[in-house]
Design a protein around this ligand. Structure first.
Ligand code: GLN
Length: 492
């Protein structure tokens, strides 16, 4: 079969269960596509072909003996931020180029337990800092819709791999938009869960109070399948919530769009730099939801102007602390012939970290330093609380909040060299992380250059089922999520 990659995850699971094809055939099909197409897309940092085929054979045995669970034998790609025992985990950094984790992240353990097959590890901005995937030590990943463009970031490898049909779905992480924005740039569905819903154990830390893993796939339904695997309490993560996860697949039709109150923040649609095509597509999608029975309610989110400065203090502050562990001593890159221990630290870090990571360590260290702590860090924490309260107030009168996922569509590789310009592109995503809320991206059409546009729906705490369900129904009524980039249409 040449078109296995066109099946949905549910169809793949059905095909495996009814023995229309084996997990080995499905896995080999993806490995063949990666071998043929990924030289152009550059989504994978590491392809684990042998390991994948061994997992596929084990899945086939389980399928034959009736031991299979819902997803046994289906392949996936992991963002290279999730630790994988015996397989290199780089976080896109030179400083971890030689790092092989002695243990698996909880998300990776859960994927294995579910019988999923790991195709490999996919590219990302270094330590998840960025919006383009260009800051990776392994080079820029390309957007499957236009190979001259970025796939977004930081989970750009996850997005590009799925959009080019080099994996049916992928894990991602979102500290300030890194699932939703690349999903938007690549025409995918991506869910950032409530903080604490998915375990962070073994997920390399960027900003611990904001980091959250989640699924990226073609549809809400496919995301729901992966979310069923990823979500749940984990004793190994002290911020993991002690609350059962939903059955996100069973709940796909639990919320109806009819009667849904969708908040439209006034401030969001007047942001300087909001592309006219993005605005138009998002407004059309809201009209569609209205036709499906939703009510649009104008709301105020008065703290909008504070999002970027607040996030770009708190995230670097936490990063500067988290990244202290890369000192050239215990693991990772070590500078050659150090004069003394200080020289070892300094050169290992200067040579091992890229420019964007160093910039953030400097900003974060400055913001946390004795003389500036109150003026910057403490103040940012107070503003963070006000941003959260702004959302909670809005949720008193609406069920979900709509926004673009990004002010623009994908831009050219190399176009965003000014960091501040790149930071401003995070305006629609970062407040959600500061508040710890869940949010989802769904494709809603294309701009004049045939690049995907995404709609973001933000929910109240623990509303993942509702968000997936609303997007699922929107996707039943539209076909934007079924559109494929030309490169994904190529056969092996
Ligand atoms: N673009 C944002 C940043 O650079 C978000 C990244 C993320 O979510 N990991 O920090």
């Amino acid at each position: 079969m040449t078109d296995l990659h066109r099946l949905s995850v549910r169809e793949m699971a059905e095909g495996l269960k009814s023995a229309q094809f084996s997990s080995r055939e499905l896995t080999q099909h993806y490995l063949d596509r990666i071998a043929k197409i990924d030289q152009q897309v550059k989504s994978y940092v590491t392809v684990t072909a042998e390991h994948a085929l061994a997992q596929a054979d084990a899945a086939d045995t389980a399928l034959k003996s009736g031991q299979a669970t819902a997803l046994t034998g289906i392949p996936l790609a992991h963002k290279d931020i999730f630790c994988t025992q015996g397989i290199k985990t780089t976080a896109g950094s030179k400083i971890l180029d030689n790092f092989i984790s002695p243990y698996d992240a909880t998300v990776v353990v859960k994927a294995k337990t579910a019988g999923l097959v790991t195709l490999g590890k996919v590219n990302m901005d270094e330590f998840a800092m960025g919006s383009t995937s260009e800051s990776s030590y392994y080079g820029a990943t390309k957007n499957p819709w236009n190979l001259d463009c970025v796939p977004g970031g930081s989970s750009g490898g996850s997005a590009a791999a799925v959009a080019a049909d080099l994996a049916p779905f992928a894990t991602g992480t979102d500290t300030g938009g890194s699932i939703r924005q690349p999903a938007s740039f690549c025409g995918l569905t991506g869910l950032k869960p409530t903080y604490g819903r998915v375990s962070r154990f073994g997920m390399i830390a960027y900003a611990s109070s904001l980091d959250q893993g989640g699924p990226m796939a073609r549809s809400a339904e496919d995301c729901a399948y992966l979310m069923n695997v990823m979500a749940g309490h984990d004793q190994k993560d002290s911020t993991s919530v002690q609350k059962d996860a939903d059955d996100y697949v069973a709940n796909l039709n639990a919320t109806t769009v009819k009667g849904l109150r969708i908040g439209i923040p006034k401030q969001y649609f007047n942001v300087a730099g909001l592309d006219t095509d993005v605005k138009a597509r998002v407004e059309e999608s809201l009209k569609k939801l209205e036709d499906m029975g939703a009510t649009l309610v104008e709301i105020d989110l008065n703290m909008t102007d504070a999002y970027v400065p607040t996030y770009y203090l708190i995230a670097p502050a936490e990063a500067s602390s988290n990244l202290q562990r890369y000192d050239g001593v215990r693991y990772g890159y070590r500078a050659e012939n150090p004069k003394d221990i200080l020289d070892l630290y300094k050169r290992s870090r200067s040579e091992g970290f890229g420019a964007e990571v160093q910039r953030r360590i400097l900003i974060g260290t400055y913001a946390l330093s004795a003389g500036y702590y109150d003026a910057y860090y403490v103040k940012a924490q107070k503003v963070r609380r006000l941003i959260q309260q702004d959302f909670l107030k809005a949720f008193e009168s609406v069920d979900v909040i709509a926004a673009p996922s990004a002010p623009t569509t994908a831009y050219k590789i190399g176009a965003s060299l000014d960091p501040v310009e790149m930071y401003l592109g995070d305006i629609y995503t970062i407040a959600v992380n500061l508040a710890g809320l869940p949010a989802i991206n769904t494709p809603v059409g294309f701009d004049a250059n045939n690049l995907p546009v995404g709609l973001q729906l933000i929910g109240n705490y623990w509303s993942e089922s509702q968000l997936l369900s609303v997007v699922h129904q929107y996707q039943q009524a539209t076909d934007w999520h079924t559109k494929r980039a030309a490169i994904a249409e190529e056969n092996t």
